[in-house]
Ligand binder design. Structure first.
Ligand code: UDP
Length: 481
């Protein structure tokens, strides 16, 4: 019988996108794949549409949207007593409650050989153990993040205070350049329910049979070595870490007809700066104005994805509303930049834009998918981290990979217009910018080699499949493995 793996992505487009790419790799290696999709409690506008799009463009992958957990489901962002809790606490509670529908679904399948869970779904390790299924974690972010996160609990114990108390002091994690404690994800910085749950989640990673990480060997050699040498999980065995990336969406579908791609067709090579801030990134009006002024003054070509500001600053999942550009952007901006700039509302076909010959640089929030999409397109990165592990990614991109520079002010109130103007000019016009682009082009080629037959990531996946076969041999699953 054909081998079947079930992939269990976390919430959010940034976790679903690379999981779908992973599904394709399994297919390529002759396994059948089912993606068990969790519908977010508050459906983000792009989520259902993304699932439908993925399902339509990958007919060989079976997508199953799991039913919601048994009542009362905890809506993300609010406690069962109606009090407000940090979104991450709501999300982890919701994922925990999803164990029941996941278990029922796995039981309903005629055959399952392995379960691959997203980094946020470690509670599902219990389901795998109950059903005696080999289970692996898929870590969709950088190996450097993984090295840090696996070490978090012992680092927290060794500093004997909260990370927040360290402020801007440098911390040294095995496998990564030193960085300021304040660059850690905000949910980890203070000792509270959110950081407790996150530390617990990462403490559970080593219970899996192995961790698949979306990176490639030469991009993050230092972090991967530290993981392999067991430096990140002191006192415990680190499971094998397989660097199988870059898993980057191939784009395509209806996106290829987007107006902005036709606009790019009319621009010179490597001339356009693309600004896009992930699936959740949104700015206040003042910051939008600063970006607009900076772009206008830079006199460079640009393609900018603009969203309206959040009404509730704290609600990361607040539905997107069509932005009113005339109200949000400075008077005269659209007219003044008409010939060399394009504003796209809400969402752009990012992968296609990045790969377009006219695109010359990427202002990114350093989400890991965006980072890899930029790297595999051979673009220099202007790093403007916003949330989650993005400030750490900025450090890795700038200091370790040397594929980008930071936008100063990202960690203050505002990135001012002068900084936008200076960096955009620098990256397109200066010798430094050209050198960075040459380096990015070289790394793009190395990334492409990694996933080819015989490349490091291809070999890592083959090794993973061999290990999986051994795991399956030693585990008699509930469904006739
Ligand atoms: N994305 C896109 N168009 C947009 C904004 C985002 O296609 O206008 C895609 C982007 O290509 C990436 C994903 O959304 O694949 C965002 O993932 P990432 O890890 O970069 O950031 P997150 O949204 O998780 O913060």
């Amino acid at each position: 019988m054909e081998r079947t793996v079930v992939l269990y992505p976390g919430l959010g487009v940034g976790h679903l996108v690379p999981m779908v790419e992973l599904a394709k790799v399994f297919l390529h290696h002759g396994l059948a794949v089912t993606v068990a999709v969790v519908k977010p409690p508050l459906d983000t506008p792009d989520f259902s549409a993304s699932v439908e799009r993925f399902a339509a463009s990958n007919p060989a992958v079976y997508f199953h949207v799991l039913p919601p957990p048994p009542p009362p489901p905890a809506p993300a962002g609010s406690g069962s007593d109606g009090t407000s809790v940090p979104p991450i606490v709501g999300m982890l509670g919701f994922l925990n409650a999803m164990n029941a529908p996941l278990r029922d679904f796995l039981r309903s399948l005629p055959s399952v050989d392995a379960l691959i869970v997203d980094m946020f779904c470690t509670d599902a390790l219990d389901v795998a153990s109950e059903l005696r299924l080999p289970v692996y974690v898929f870590f969709p972010s950088a190996a450097s993040d993984l090295a840090v996160f696996l070490h978090l609990s012992s680092m927290r114990d060794s500093i004997n205070t909260s990370f927040g108390d360290l402020g801007d002091s440098l911390i040294h994690f095995p496998g990564s350049p030193p960085f300021k404690a304040s660059e850690l994800p905000s949910d980890i910085i203070n000792d509270n329910e959110a950081s407790r749950l996150i530390l617990l989640m990462f403490r559970r990673h080593p219970e899996s049979r192995g961790i698949l990480v979306n990176t490639f060997e030469t991009l993050e050699a230092r972090a991967l070595r530290a993981l392999e040498d067991g430096l990140c999980v002191p006192g415990r065995a680190t499971p094998p870490v397989y660097s199988i990336g870059p898993l980057v969406s191939g784009g395509g579908g209806s996106d290829k007809d987007h107006d902005c791609l036709q606009w790019l067709d009319a621009q010179p090579d490597n001339s356009v700066v693309f600004l896009s801030f992930g699936s959740l990134g949104r700015f206040g009006k003042k910051q939008l104005e600063e970006i607009a002024i900076g772009l206008q003054k830079s006199e460079q070509r640009f393609l900018w994805v603009v969203r309206s500001p959040r009404i509730d600053e704290k609600n990361v999942y607040e539905p997107l509303a069509e932005p009113d550009l005339d109200a949000l952007l400075p008077a005269g901006f659209m007219e003044a930049t008409r010939r060399r700039g394009l504003v796209v509302k809400l969402w752009a076909p990012q992968v296609e834009v990045l790969r377009h010959r006219a695109t010359g640089a990427f202002v990114t929030h350093c989400g890991w998918n965006s980072t890899l999409e930029g790297i595999t397109a051979g673009l220099p990165l202007l790093c403007w981290p916003l949330y989650a592990e993005q400030r750490m990614n900025k450090v890795f991109v700038v200091e370790e990979m040397k594929l980008g520079v930071e936008m100063r002010g990202y960690d203050e109130d505002m990135v001012v217009a002068e900084e936008v103007e200076a960096k955009v000019r620098w990256v397109i016009e200066s010798e430094g910018g050209k050198t960075l682009r040459q380096r990015a082009t070289a790394v793009k080629d190395v990334a492409a080699e990694a996933i080819k037959e015989g490349g490091s990531s291809h070999a890592a996946f083959v090794k993973f499949l061999e290990d999986l076969r051994v795991s399956m041999f030693h585990t008699s699953g509930h469904l006739g493995v």
